[in-house]
Each structure stands twice: as structure tokens, then as C-alpha cells.
Design a protein around this ligand. Structure first.
Ligand code: AFD
Ligand code: MN
Ligand code: MN
Length: 394
């Protein structure tokens, strides 16, 4: 079966890539923040920047929000939805934050103080209510919980506290909402992290309830890990909930997708293509970006990531399934590998440019953004607002 670009274009048409609100604001490393003139100062700025990415790519109508950072009017979370819809966007996944308040220094739902465990659960329950108000159907849970030293924590007791907390939050979710449980091998915990790998995340999701799945953040693996193997296994278990896309060289580096290991991301996406072809339908998973750039202009980096995901997904769809299956069946390793390598080597940019043009979109989204002067305009505006407010945004 040869693959034609019409099929690829139709699939890309259905591919929505969710943007992270936090990816447009100033953030930092553990060593400090490098402020950008064009960084978003308010939720409205973040939504404006997301709308710009959606304008030039046509594939990013949803914005993930962080409850503590973006729900500026806790009494009226619905205002969030209005702010998004007035820009042609919608609110995507809801991200509770149980990792930055001082009280969480020794853990959130795994804290030995029941009052702190209760506070973390209540914040997640509030986040479910925010999701109800915004019409979101994804609750994304990441925990910084872990320990730095041997003996510091009772690992099995903490596991059971996690199971209780996730089950309570799961019970509070409305029909149609999915809980995504994210894992990360280390950081900030440097001895153990309570949800350290896909297996623990899968176990916690299964304990929580029928509408919980695993969230694979592509930067949350120890060097050398075979991520596409994890993805294939989770797909087959019906437990893949979605992705936080980025790229990494050493750890949770939050680099632009495809900047370090495009072939690795291609192989992950080919597992999705392979499964969707077998299923005869799109996988019900969340395609989300989780990045926050210190050095690159934030909106440009987000556009790069979106177009790279589109390119790599298109390449993955170029893999000829029948040629691959017959090579595998006859044990022809080289031919099987060549099926992937030749698809990955194909330059799909001209076909993507034509596909975009046919949809009334800029053929080159990054160039369209750069020539629009959007970056310069928002930098001037935000510098002026920052000085007018004498740095109260810092
Ligand atoms: C950090 C965490 C995790 C989480 C993200 C947004 O490592 O990836 O999803 O913040 O809260 O990157
Ligand atoms: Mn993440
Ligand atoms: Mn991360």
C-alpha cells in the first residue's frame, strides 16, 4: 500500500496540538531567570501568543492552563473560557499545582502531615471544578513528590497515600474528563520520585479509576530509554493518555521538539501511526506541548515545535505498512529498517507547504510570524506596561 499525501493531509487536519500557557511567560532554570521583553505578563498575553501560534499553524486551538498561575479569579474560572473563546481558542488541559507552595517542601499528597495531604487533594478537587467551568476534558497531574536521601520517606506508605488521593480526585471528575498521571524519573527529588516511571504511573492510574491514563512527557526518561517501546506497550494496554512534547539531551531539558533527536520522536509517532492503522481510527490521546524557553523567543520556539511535530508525523505516515509487515515476517531486518529510514529521510516540507496553502494558511508559519511584526509589537507593548507598573510583573 503506497501512502498518498491526501491521507496524510486528512490526518494532519484532525491533529490538534495543545499549547502550554506557561510556555509564553518568563520562567527560568534552577540558576535564574533570563527575562524576555516579549514574555507574556498576564493570562491575556499568554492567550494572545497562543492565538498567534494558532493563526500561523491552524492546529493549536487549545491552551493548557496552570491553575495557580492562570486562574486569576478563583471565584469565576469560567472567565478563563471566555478569555480563550474571544480569541478563537479553548481551554485545554487543567494543570493543578501542588509543587511550589512552601508547605509542599516535604511532599504534597505524600506529606506525613495529613493537613497538607488534604490541602493538596482539595486543590486538585478545585482544579476539577475549574475544568468543569472551562469545559475541559483533561486533568493533568504532575507531582514533584520525592525524597533526597535514603531513609527520608516510607516509600510504600507514600504509595498508598497517592492511591487514596488519586482515587478521591478521580471520583470527583465529571463524565468525559480524563485524568492523566505524569511520571518523571527525578527532579526535584534526587533520591526517589514517587511517580518515577511509566509502570508506576500506569499502576496509579489503574488504582484511581476507569478514566485515568498515563501521560508520557518525552523529556521524562533516563538517557537511553526506549520511549517508543513504552508508548507501544501503553497503547496496547489502552493506557496511553497523551504526551507532553519537548526534546532533551540529558534530562527534563524542555527543548524544542526535534531539535536533539528527531528520529526518536519519529519512532514514537510511528507507533501511533501503526496503532491507528490497525484500529482504523485516531487514538483518543492528548497531543500537548510542555516547554518553556529561556533562550529562544517563546512564540517562535512554539511554532517550531508545532511544525516539527506535523513534519515528523507526516514522515511516520509515509512508512509503508505492507512492505514493513512482509519484511518483518520474512526476518529481513535491513528491509524493515529501511522502511522507517526512507520515510524519515523524505522531505515532506514542500507537501506540507502545499497542504497549508490549500487550507488558507501560511506555507511557512515561522516566516509568516516573523514577517508579521507580532514579536516586535508585543515586546514594545509589554516593555511599556512593565515600566509603567514599575516592575510589578517581575
Ligand atoms: C515541569 C514538570 C512536568 C509538568 C510541567 C508543567 O517536570 O513536566 O508537566 O512542569 O506543570 O516541566
Ligand atoms: Mn510535563
Ligand atoms: Mn517536565
Amino acid at each position: 500500500m503506497s501512502v498518498d499525501f491526501d491521507e496524510i493531509g486528512a490526518r494532519l487536519e484532525r491533529l490538534e496540538i495543545e499549547l502550554p500557557s506557561w510556555g509564553f511567560a518568563d520562567t527560568g532554570t534552577r540558576f535564574g531567570k533570563f527575562l524576555q521583553d516579549g514574555a507574556a505578563l498576564t493570562l491575556e498575553d499568554k492567550l494572545d501568543d497562543a492565538a498567534e501560534v494558532h493563526r500561523v499553524t491552524g492546529s493549536c486551538p487549545a491552551v493548557a492552563v496552570h491553575v495557580l498561575w492562570d486562574v486569576t479569579d478563583p471565584g469565576n474560572p469560567g472567565a478563563l473560557a471566555e478569555a480563550a473563546s474571544s480569541r478563537g481558542l479553548r481551554i485545554g488541559s487543567i494543570n493543578p499545582n501542588v509543587f511550589q507552595d512552601q508547605c509542599y517542601k516535604l511532599g504534597s499528597v505524600s506529606n506525613t502531615d495529613p493537613a497538607i495531604r488534604r490541602r493538596a487533594i482539595d486543590h486538585m478537587l478545585h482544579s476539577v471544578d475549574v475544568g468543569k467551568a472551562t469545559g475541559s476534558d483533561v486533568l493533568t497531574l504532575w507531582f514533584a513528590d520525592g525524597t533526597n536521601y535514603p531513609g527520608q520517606g516510607d516509600i510504600r506508605r507514600r504509595k498508598r497515600w497517592f492511591e487514596e488521593a488519586l482515587r478521591e480526585v478521580h471520583e470527583a471528575m465529571p463524565d468525559g474528563m480524563t485524568m492523566l498521571v505524569e511520571y518523571k524519573p527525578f527532579e526535584p527529588g534526587f533520591y526517589h520520585t514517587d511517580i518515577a516511571d511509566w509502570g508506576m504511573s500506569c499502576s496509579f492510574a489503574r488504582h484511581a479509576g476507569a478514566n485515568a491514563r498515563v501521560l508520557v512527557d518525552t523529556g521524562h526518561h533516563l538517557p537511553g530509554q526506549n520511549i517508543e517501546h513504552i508508548v507501544a506497550f501503553l497503547i496496547d494496554e489502552g493506557m496511553l493518555g497523551g504526551f507532553h512534547f519537548n526534546d532533551s539531551k540529558y534530562a527534563d531539558d524542555d527543548l524544542t521538539t526535534g531539535s536533539i533527536d528527531p528520529y526518536g520522536t519519529f519512532r514514537i509517532l510511528h507507533e501511533i501511526v501503526h496503532a491507528e492503522r490497525e484500529l482504523g481510527a485516531d487514538l483518543p490521546i492528548a497531543w500537548m506541548i510542555d516547554q518553556s524557553h529561556n533562550l529562544k523567543p517563546k512564540t517562535e520556539a512554539m511554532i517550531q515545535t508545532v511544525t516539527t511535530i506535523q513534519e515528523l508525523f507526516a514522515k511516520a505516515m509515509l512508512v509503508d505498512p505492507s512492505r514493513l509487515a512482509s519484511a518483518r515476517d520474512r526476518g529481513d531486518i535491513v528491509s524493515a529498517e529501511e522502511c522507517l529510514k526512507s520515510a524519515f529521510a523524505t522531505d515532506v516540507r514542500p507537501a506540507l507547504a502545499a497542504w497549508r496553502k490549500a487550507r488558507g494558511l501560511p506555507e511557512d508559519p515561522l516566516e509568516a510570524h516573523r514577517s508579521s511584526g507580532y514579536g516586535e509589537r508585543i515586546a514594545a507593548d509589554r516593555i511599556a506596561r512593565k515600566s509603567a507598573s514599575s516592575g510589578s510583573y517581575a
